[in-house]
Design a protein around this ligand. Sequence first.
Ligand SMILES: Cc1cc2nc3c(=O)[nH]c(=O)nc-3n(C[C@H](O)[C@H](O)[C@H](O)COP(=O)(O)O)c2cc1C
Length: 358
Amino acid sequence: MSLFSPYVLGDLRLANRMVMAPMTRCRAIGVNVPGPLSVLYYVQRASAGLIITEGSQVSPQGVGFFRTPGIYSDAQVTGWKEVTSAVHRAGGKMFLQLWHVGRMSHPDYLSGSLPVAPSALPVNETIHTPAGKKFIPVPHALGLTEILKIVREFQDAAARAKEAGFDGVEIHGANGYLLDQFLRDGSNHRTDRYGGSLANRARLPVEIAEAVVAVWGAKKVGYRISPHFNLHAMSDTHPRETFGHLADRLSKLGIAYIHLVEPVGGKLGAVTPDAQMAPLIRKKFDGTLILNGGYDKERATRVIEDGLADLVAFGTPFLANPDLPERFMRDAPLNREDMATFYTGEEKGYTDYPVLGG
Ligand SMILES: Cc1cc2nc3c(=O)[nH]c(=O)nc-3n(C[C@H](O)[C@H](O)[C@H](O)COP(=O)(O)O)c2cc1C
């Protein structure tokens, strides 16, 4: 068994165990529609066992970045169809990441409305808007009817993702966005059925997972978590209990995978062995476990051989190396990523990274 051996995810056969991690690239055109450049970008990376798209908003209220694609309009479905058809023709498999940023937004993105969250707590950070950096206002605490609407929006978006030809969907429950905000007690101070107890804080993530499973079937649905993520004012007093509980609930639902983001160093800090979440999530969750965060070929091979993970996701290595599986197979040198063009530059830093022999 190696990174290059095939793997059956749910009922989908993947050519290898290397997943392209979801990455926002801010190259959408029109009203948040993936364009021809995005078709090329994803096709170039079709040798991944599985591609997970950049976060894609389930509704206009879920937007918190510029030029990020959505999955709530007909034009977006049409744009994504071009992407999935081309990736499938190139032999790739692809899941769409369903995203709602919650409080990580600004009225400039929301026709003047406040960003939404479980509770009206300040983030005390600035955010990039088309008019420059702006302070994130204290969000509007969602009412029960509004929460139900968001569940329906995730379900509708899941249906549109199916129409757009994806092989499945990943629910973005990580990185301090809406579902993470509901799950963790630092950002959720509610006293109704969506807050307080652990079961209540996990209610929205689980209800959304159920709604998406109703569209796709459990085997085509994944869920991303980042228990160590502490930017954007995110915190939890008992992360092992919190994320262990969620993994248990998702396991009972029978979803295909959990995608666990581990600390990558830098601001997010290094993971000490006793703080490692992977063994806990592995124990609690019966399906496939995808690990991500600072992996190279050696570390990825080791966690697969040790049985700690089934698949490993690579973010920046895939961003800078469209032919990453081939480079790993041949032990070829890697291109370095250019951070200056992560979120800007059209084809520069997007579709112009060289392949071996190219
Ligand atoms: C440019 C960029 C955009 C990202 N956008 C997303 C995103 O849309 N959704 C998400 O879940 N994670 C996002 N991430 C996090 C990556 O999926 C991944 O967790 C992170 O890069 C660590 O993996 P790596 O060390 O292999 O790069 C992004 C990371 C980068 C570098």
